[in-house]
Structure formats: structure tokens, C-alpha cells
Design a protein. Structure first.
Lengths: 148, 401
């Protein structure tokens, strides 16, 4: 896969059984049961160079299914959703697509999050802080654990 | 009350009182027959016929009291019961002074029976009346104004009457004291349960508000903040896209405002505090998807807890009629008279079997809410025959007395 724009440039084409390859851009999936955030995140991804929105999911279960079907690089995953929720879904995605970077998101301050969010070792982003620069920084750090 | 689909809710004591009246009716009718048989056989005295007439008066007063009890005029029914008891005790003692030990116990009986239903003032009045009746009894017995019946009766009959009836009436008093005790224990257990249900419901409501705010307005405002950031970034580079984002923002903000307005309204309707029950319920009726009429008689302003409890009970009943009963029409009635504010919500929907649905529904919460304001709730419904939720609150009642 090819990723261009400010920051590092990298070629890391991942090929699935169906042979599909994302053309250059970082493939992002947004997972949230709330339409408002999915739509705002879609706007951010749309205006960020080198990123493309390839899927939206309304539940953790749907996200896991989509992760096994599509080529993804980055997942913005809401923590609180009905069903298995974001933390379990992130674990399950890690099993089906090991290289996918999952960033947990919510409207809570880190201090109000359940302990397993911190234990998960995944990056956490307050939804309100999502913008093109943060999106790029998250990808450059490959979702390293750093609450934003 | 007996399987006719009515829920007695918090009116368990009233049901027991109705049972007491029924048992008393049987006893008193037996006494009338006994007195008539006595006057016709062993003691041929017209005075016993008079006594039988006095006791028959008790039968009439019991029937009237039962009627008043069904018509929710409990206070009046209890007064009648006590007065009838005193009168018959005095008449019987005047005719047969030897019966004084029995009648002395008889005047104590109404105080014990009506104990669970009375406020402090009425209980004091009944107790003082019982003492006065006991004094009159003693005077009447000592004066021995009526001569004849007692002299005509054989000694064994006089002893037998006292020996039989003193333990019987003592037993009745103890039985009622025990019933009052059980009633108080049950009531205190129910109060503990309802207090805990009220706390749970309040916590649940707060949690629901947090969820509504978090999932609703907060998510929308977060999305607005994200888009505003984008607009700021794009306004010079790509004004067309920035403008498109701004119009999305406009829609999102209007939806947020509407959502916050609905949420605030659900927490406390503004008209209720400003204008009272009638206007607040009329506004709720206008918003209801089912045709709803609100009628009020002499309804003014009341304590805030009373108004809030009645408003939310009516609202819950209206929502139940809409959501579960498939009603075509709902009638809300408010009526204030004689220190009592009553309401009813009647629908023409599918109804339900109240005996199987009371727990686990909003009905328990409605009863708790009204109970906390010093009121009671009754639900009448039958499958296919609509539902009526009826409640009443004593306006000048001080809860706990």
C-alpha cells in the first residue's frame, strides 16, 4: 500500500485472497452506532489527503465481519456500542486482520473510561479532537498507545 | 374487588375493612334473630324487641357504611360504624345492665377496628367518644332505668350471656388488634419496598438522562465541533466544500436543539410549574398521537409533589394507552372536592388482565409515586374492555399521619 502526504511515505501493499489492493490511500473504517459521528468522521477522512473511507459499521459485530471481508488499514472504533462493544470488537478484528490498526474513540475523557480501554494498549482518541492532522498523526504512530 | 378485574393497589386496608363489615353483618343479623327468639320464648319482654330494633339499626348502618366505603367515603363510613356501635351498646345496657362487662368491651371495638385508617385528630375524637360512651354505659347500668327484662330472665341466662360474650368480644378485640398489627407490619414492609423502588427508579431516570444526553446532543455537538474544525481549515482552500459543510452543520444544530428541548421537557414540563396540572395535561394531550380530552372540575394549584405525581401518572397512563392498548380515544378527568384531588385516565383500548400485569410495569412505579405524595392508585381493566387508571390524593393530608 502506498501512502502519501505530509509525514512518512511507505509502501506496504497488503494483498488479500481476492487480490484487491487499495490504491495508495490508507483504508479507513468508521465504527459507531451514532450516525452523527460516522458522518463527521467521513467528512474528515474525505478532506484528508492519502486517506479513504472504505467502510462504515454500526456495531462491533458488523465491524468484525467487514474487517474479514475488506482490505483495511485503520479503524476508528467507538468504545460504547450495543452488542459486543468497541473493545471486544477491536480484539476480534486483531484476530482476523492482524495488521489493521484500531483506534478507540468516544466522547468520554480518558479518566471516565473503563479500565479495559487502558489495558487494551490501543490508542484512544476523544471524538471531538478528530481532524486531518490527528488522523495522520495516528496513522504515523500506527495507533501507538497515546490518549488524545 | 373480588376478581372483577379491579386492582386494589395500596387499598389493602380498605378491603379488610369491607371484610370486617361483611363479617359484622352476619354476626349482627344473628343477634337480631337471637333477640327476637329470646323475646318470644324464654324472656317474654317487649324491651328485647326494642333491643332487636336497635341492633337492626346497626345492620342498616353497616349496609350504608359499606356503600360509603365503595364510594371512597371512608371517613364517613368509619364514623357511622363507631356511632352505631356506641348506640347499640348503650341501648342494650339500659335494657339489661347485667351485660355491662360485655358492652364496655364493645365500645372499645371500633377504636381498634378503625385504628389503621385514622389520622391523629380523628383517632383522638374516636377514643374520647369511646370513653364517653363507657361512662354513659356505667351510668345507665347503675341507674337501672328499665325494669322488667333483667328481672324476667333466669339467672343462668344472665350468667351465660356474660360468660359467653366477654371472651367472644375480647377475642374480637384481640383479633382486630392482631389484624391492625399485621396491617402495620405489611404496610411498613411495603413502604420499605416502595422506597427502594423509588430510589431505583430515580437512579434509572438519571442514568437514562445521561444516556440520552450522551447518545443524543453530545454526539451531535461533537460532530458539529469536528465539522467546524474542517470548515476553518477549508474556508480559504476550498470555500465550496466549506459552505457545504456549513449547511450540514446548520441541520445538525437544529436537530440538536430539538432533541435538547424534548429531553428537557421530559425531565420536567415547563407548563406544570408555571400554570399547574390542567394546562400541563392539556399540552400533553395536544402532543398525544391519540385523540385525548382533558376535563377538570375545581382544579387549582397544589403542592409541587402532588402536581408532579399526578401529572406523571396521567402521562404514563396516556403513554400506556397509546403504546400498548391501541386506544382510539383517551379521557383525562381531574376533580377536586372535599380536600381530595382525584384523577382518572380512561381509554377504549384492548385492556389487560391487571392481576397478571401489575408487577414489572409502570403501574407499580405510578402507585409508588402517588403513594409518596400521600395518594393511592386503582387500576380497572379487563381484556378487550379498555382501562381506567384512577388515583386520589388528600390535599391537606400530612403523609405519615
Amino acid at each position: 500500500m502506498r501512502r502519501s502526504g505530509a509525514g512518512t511515505t511507505e509502501t506496504a501493499a497488503r494483498r488479500r485472497d481476492d487480490g484487491s489492493v487499495h490504491e495508495g490511500a490508507v483504508a479507513v473504517m468508521v465504527v459507531d452506532d451514532q450516525r452523527a459521528f460516522r458522518s463527521a468522521a467521513a467528512s474528515v477522512i474525505e478532506v484528508t489527503d492519502g486517506f479513504t473511507l472504505v467502510a462504515e459499521a454500526v456495531s462491533g459485530e458488523q465491524a468484525v465481519r467487514l474487517a474479514s471481508e475488506r482490505m483495511l488499514d485503520l479503524v476508528l472504533m467507538d468504545v460504547n456500542m450495543p452488542g459486543i462493544g468497541g473493545i471486544e470488537a477491536a480484539k476480534a478484528i486483531h484476530h482476523v486482520a492482524r495488521d489493521v490498526v484500531v483506534v478507540l474513540v468516544s466522547t468520554y475523557e480518558p479518566s471516565d473510561l473503563p479500565a479495559d480501554v487502558h489495558r487494551s494498549g490501543r490508542a484512544y482518541l476523544h471524538k471531538e479532537r478528530l481532524d486531518p492532522d490527528v488522523l495522520k498523526a495516528l496513522w504515523d504512530g500506527r495507533g501507538s498507545r497515546r490518549d488524545r | 374487588m373480588d376478581g372483577d378485574g379491579e386492582l386494589v393497589g395500596l387499598d389493602v386496608d380498605r378491603a379488610q375493612l369491607a371484610l370486617f363489615i361483611r363479617a359484622n353483618l352476619i354476626t349482627v343479623i344473628g343477634a337480631v334473630i337471637g333477640l327476637l327468639v329470646l323475646s318470644a320464648t324464654i324472656v317474654r319482654s317487649a324491651w328485647f324487641v326494642l333491643d332487636a330494633v336497635a341492633v337492626a339499626g346497626v345492620v342498616v348502618s353497616l349496609l350504608v357504611a359499606r356503600r360509603w366505603l365503595d364510594g371512597n367515603r371512608t371517613g364517613r363510613a368509619l364514623t357511622l360504624l363507631a356511632v352505631a356501635d356506641f348506640v347499640v351498646a348503650i341501648v342494650t345496657t339500659a335494657i339489661t345492665p347485667v351485660i355491662l362487662p360485655v358492652t364496655t368491651l364493645v365500645v372499645v371495638l371500633p377504636v381498634i377496628v378503625i385504628l389503621p385508617f385514622l389520622g391523629r385528630r380523628r383517632l383522638l375524637a374516636t377514643s374520647v367518644s369511646a370513653i364517653a360512651a363507657a361512662v354513659v354505659l356505667t351510668v345507665v347500668a347503675a341507674a337501672h332505668v328499665v325494669h322488667g327484662p333483667q328481672e324476667l330472665a333466669p339467672a343462668w341466662l344472665k350468667h351465660a350471656l356474660v360468660i359467653v360474650f366477654v371472651p367472644v368480644v375480647t377475642g374480637l378485640i384481640l383479633l382486630n388488634a392482631w389484624r391492625s398489627h399485621l396491617g402495620l407490619v405489611t404496610r411498613s414492609a411495603e413502604l420499605r419496598r416502595s422506597r427502594s423502588r423509588i430510589v431505583v427508579a430515580a437512579d434509572r431516570a438519571r442514568s437514562q438522562i445521561e444516556r440520552d444526553l450522551h447518545d443524543g446532543a453530545q454526539q451531535r455537538l461533537t460532530a458539529v465541533a469536528i465539522r467546524l474544525g474542517l470548515v476553518q481549515r477549508l474556508i480559504e482552500r476550498d470555500p465550496v466544500r466549506a459552505s457545504a459543510l456549513l449547511s450540514e452543520l446548520d441541520g445538525e444544530l437544529h436537530e440538536t436543539i430539538a432533541e435538547l428541548r424534548d429531553l428537557a421537557h421530559g425531565i420536567y414540563p415547563p407548563l406544570l410549574g408555571q400554570r399547574g396540572l390542567v394546562e400541563a395535561l392539556a399540552a400533553a394531550a395536544r402532543r398525544s398521537p391519540v385523540s385525548t380530552t382533558v376535563a377538570a372540575t375545581d382544579v387549582g394549584r397544589y403542592r409541587a409533589d402532588v402536581e408532579t405525581a399526578i401529572y406523571f401518572c396521567c402521562l404514563e397512563a396516556m403513554q400506556n394507552a397509546t403504546k400498548h392498548a391501541a386506544a382510539n380515544e383517551i379521557r383525562v378527568n381531574l376533580d377536586s372536592r372535599k380536600g381530595e384531588l382525584a384523577f382518572s385516565v380512561t381509554d377504549d383500548g384492548v385492556g389487560f388482565d391487571p392481576t397478571s400485569t401489575i408487577s414489572g410495569t409502570g403501574l407499580a412505579h405510578m402507585a409508588d409515586r402517588l403513594g409518596a405524595a400521600g395518594g393511592t392508585l386503582t387500576v380497572r381493566s379487563a381484556s378487550g374492555d379498555g382501562t381506567t387508571v384512577h388515583g386520589r390524593v388528600e390535599i391537606d393530608a400530612v403523609p405519615g399521619l
